[in-house]
Design a protein around this ligand. Structure first.
Ligand SMILES: [Ca+2]
Length: 203
């Protein structure tokens, strides 16, 4: 009897493990500290705006904090190597929360979630930009006109994308998109999923 229960438990645990897809992003949960696998992406226009990426309390355990003294576009970046054959489906997600001192520049997206597939030479093949209302855009032009409030509670942002042929890297960046103050991030994930998972529709 005891053996049967043990066997049933092993089968149940095995099924549970195979059902939950593997997170391909190194240190996606930030438990090893933001210095491992993550880097601050601060474009030239934001260099003088006091932008930093540092450790902070997360939604679960440790997380990270984006902080800017002035309205700035900058982010936290990570990435994975992928097959150049294309056609692999990935689900990307991250949790975000704006602190009480965070403020978006009026008429901007506040926070965006960007995926760039790039080739072996580092050239962008496909770009996708997700906004807080769940929409996904092919470039940043429309994002500039979005007018979205920052989330005061932990909020999940997600995209499902197919990798294009010739892309060898999936670049994952969570941006403060012209916001100042502190934005918390945690539980970033990139999973390979089946074709039954619906793709994000581009605007
Ligand atoms: Ca965490």
């Amino acid at each position: 009897m005891r053996v049967k229960i043990l066997l049933a438990l092993c089968l149940w645990l095995g099924a549970a493990v195979s059902l939950s897809a593997q997170n391909l992003l190194s240190n996606g949960d930030f438990e090893a500290g933001v210095a491992k696998a993550w880097g601050a992406f601060i474009p030239g226009e934001s260099k003088e705006k006091g932008c930093t990426l540092s450790d902070a309390a997360g939604r679960v355990g440790k997380g990270a904090k984006l902080q800017a003294a002035q309205y700035a576009r900058y982010g936290a970046a990570n990435g994975i190597k992928i097959s150049s054959n294309g056609g692999e489906r990935f689900r990307l997600s991250i949790w975000v929360k704006a602190t009480s001192n965070a403020e978006p520049q009026p008429q901007t997206a506040g926070i965006v979630f960007r995926c760039i597939f790039s080739d072996v030479a580092g050239k962008d093949v496909t770009t996708a930009i997700g906004t807080l209302d769940g929409k996904v855009y092919k470039n940043g032009d429309k994002v500039e006109k979005a007018n979205l409030p920052l989330p005061k509670d932990w909020t999940k942002m997600q995209m499902v994308l197919d990798s294009p042929a010739n892309a060898t890297t999936l670049n994952f960046t969570l941006f403060a998109w012209r916001a100042k103050g502190e934005i918390l991030i945690d539980e970033a994930s990139v999973e390979k999923v089946g074709k039954e998972v619906p793709l994000s529709l581009f605007q």
